[in-house]
Ligand binder design. Structure first.
Ligand SMILES: Cc1cc2nc3c(=O)[nH]c(=O)nc-3n(C[C@H](O)[C@H](O)[C@H](O)COP(=O)(O)OP(=O)(O)OC[C@H]3O[C@@H](n4cnc5c(N)ncnc54)[C@H](O)[C@@H]3O)c2cc1C
Length: 500
């Protein structure tokens, strides 16, 4: 008998799970609060300029290869491997560092800054790489049925890696490198996880290994939203509808099962199986009203930094910027330690600039540029008001203008600013937190909200706040893991579309 799966949300985890389930014979339907699919992997079009709203690059492309094979489709978009990964600029210094994957070229960037850089980096990457390969299949790419199962799995991780659990990313930097510049640049990976190197476990130095050695970074031809558009075409072909502007706010249960979800208009949505792509902790707390995820509990959990994002359409070409650029200050530790609690000075922010039109020329009219700026800021628990949004935005434009020696202000044709308030409201992100639950030791693996429900047998979860974690490749793995669970619970269906 055909089983109907209702997916709540249309982020990457949802879209990939939908196609995997369809291949297995399930009837799938998606509900989405926003007016278009993609979740945080979304798109903004303003006055002739097009912007990717959130993600700008990703690693582990082989997870997408695994997905298309599993879903029985052709890759619906094309990756572009980044050659120079990004540049890093420090306040008050003319010197710009370009991060290359080629270690000889990279070493030249740090001549006169870090002695014996190449050997030190080689040692650092070898160590991170060994940890990555010893844990990728064992921990990252698998389900945990219980806490015991998780602990048992951890006990199989070679003991030599245990210091990485105790140390932070910053500790690892200090152990391997001496210069401030190298330590700060290669600990930026912690910010990619929405945290700081001082509170992120040393195991996440694996991100340096993935960026520099393993699979590198990629973006997508025509912009990151091509991922969503490509997947949407596949959903259309499969006859899987996405109902947009539908927000689930309530539920109806029947014994040990969930019978229906109720949207903001009171409409009941029934299905055999429910797959929640909305945040796995927030949905349990706010829709299912679970005590373990009540407001006080959510507040105490560790959440990632929130995004303050700007989307600028510019009427000229901008000099002195590459595709991906980081602008750091000269008070790294102080800034990192203050950022979560809002004791930083947003007059001198740390931010990332993506020149969208360099990789996607169609995103701006000829001779113009589209620019995306991301500044990680405290979530709404620590900075609830964004009345100063324009002031912060103006400050960033001024700072960037000074640092690239080009006055941007007179060239801005369109400017859209999203604070954690809008990010939170649009996608139901907890207090505007950009990357969902943080990845400290108490919120990883078997300790993260599970991808199956504690109460209802027919409810499952997919996405950044359940296993394995945040980021695009993790969302794709998350869909593999949850589909594995659903298939285990419901078995192969009669309407199986193909051998999977
Ligand atoms: C600014 C920013 C930059 C980022 N940059 C990168 C990057 O460069 N590389 C990278 O790999 N990752 C990046 N990420 C992270 C990445 O975007 C996410 O990890 C990933 O997209 C999350 O996918 P998901 O499956 O969890 O779904 P989400 O994107 O969280 O989507 C969930 C969907 O559920 C919907 N929803 C929520 N509640 C309800 C409800 N009650 N009813 C109906 N619908 C609901 C939401 O509207 C949303 O569309 C970035 C994130 C942000 C915010």
């Amino acid at each position: 008998m055909n089983k109907k799966v209702l997916i709540i949300g249309s982020g990457l985890g949802a879209l990939t799970a939908a196609l995997r389930l369809h291949r297995r014979g399930y009837q799938v339907e998606l509900l989405e609060k926003h007016h278009q699919p993609g979740g945080r992997l979304n798109q903004l079009k303003v006055g002739g300029y097009t912007f990717d709203m959130g993600p700008t690059f990703f690693s582990m492309t082989y997870e997408f290869d695994e997905f298309v094979k599993d879903a029985g489709i052709e890759m619906p978009f094309r990756f572009q491997q980044l050659d120079a990964l990004y540049t890093v600029n420090f306040r008050g210094s003319e010197r710009r560092f370009t991060i290359y994957r080629d270690l000889d070229r990279l070493a030249r960037e740090f001549e006169g800054i870090e002695s014996d850089f190449r050997n030190k980096m080689e040692n650092f990457l070898q160590k991170a790489g060994r940890f990555f390969h010893d844990t990728e299949d064992l921990v990252i790419r698998r389900n945990f049925n219980s806490l015991w199962d998780y602990l048992l799995t951890l006990s199989r991780v070679p003991l030599k890696h245990s210091p990485l659990l105790i140390r932070t990313v910053w500790d690892e930097m200090v152990r391997h490198f001496e210069s401030r510049e190298v330590r700060e640049i290669f600990s930026l990976v912690a910010f990619f996880l929405g945290a700081t190197p001082f509170d992120t476990p040393g195991i996440y130095t694996i991100l340096s290994y993935t960026e520099l050695r393993h699979n590198g970074y990629h973006n997508v031809e025509g912009g990151m939203y091509q991922i969503v558009e490509g997947l949407k075409k596949e959903l259309d072909k499969a006859g899987i509808p996405i109902h947009t502007n539908v927000e689930i706010v309530d539920f109806v249960e029947k014994g040990e099962d969930l019978q229906a979800l109720v949207d903001q208009t009171g409409k009941h949505w029934q299905a055999d199986i429910f797959l929640v792509n909305a945040d796995a902790a927030v949905f349990r707390g706010r829709v299912f009203r679970r005590r373990e995820f009540g407001e006080e509990k959510l507040k105490k959990m560790k959440w990632t930094l929130a995004p303050f994002t700007m989307y600028l359409g510019l009427d000229t070409q901008i000099p002195n910027l590459e595709l991906h650029n980081y602008f750091l200050g000269n008070n790294f530790r102080e800034y990192s330690n203050g950022i979560f609690k809002n004791s930083i000075n947003l007059d001198k922010p740390y931010y990332y600039v993506n020149m969208v039109s360099r990789s996607n020329p169609l995103s701006a009219p000829p001779g113009h540029e589209s620019m995306f700026i991301l500044c990680p800021v405290p979530d709404l628990r620590f900075k609830p008001s964004w009345d100063d949004r324009q002031q912060v935005a103006d400050g960033i434009v001024l700072d960037l203008s000074q640092r690239i020696g080009f006055d941007l202000k007179d060239h801005i044709v369109t400017q859209t600013v999203l604070t954690p308030l809008e990010w939170g409201q649009r996608f139901n992100l907890y207090q505007g937190s950009g990357l969902s639950l943080a990845h400290d030791l108490s919120q990883m693996g078997g300790l993260r909200p599970r991808n199956f429900d504690e109460k209802y047998r027919n409810v499952f979860y997919v996405g950044a706040s359940t296993v394995p974690g945040t980021g695009l490749p993790m969302a794709v793995i998350s869909s593999r893991l949850v589909v594995e669970r659903i298939q285990k619970a419901y078995g192969p269906l009669h309407a199986q579309r193909a051998e999977v």
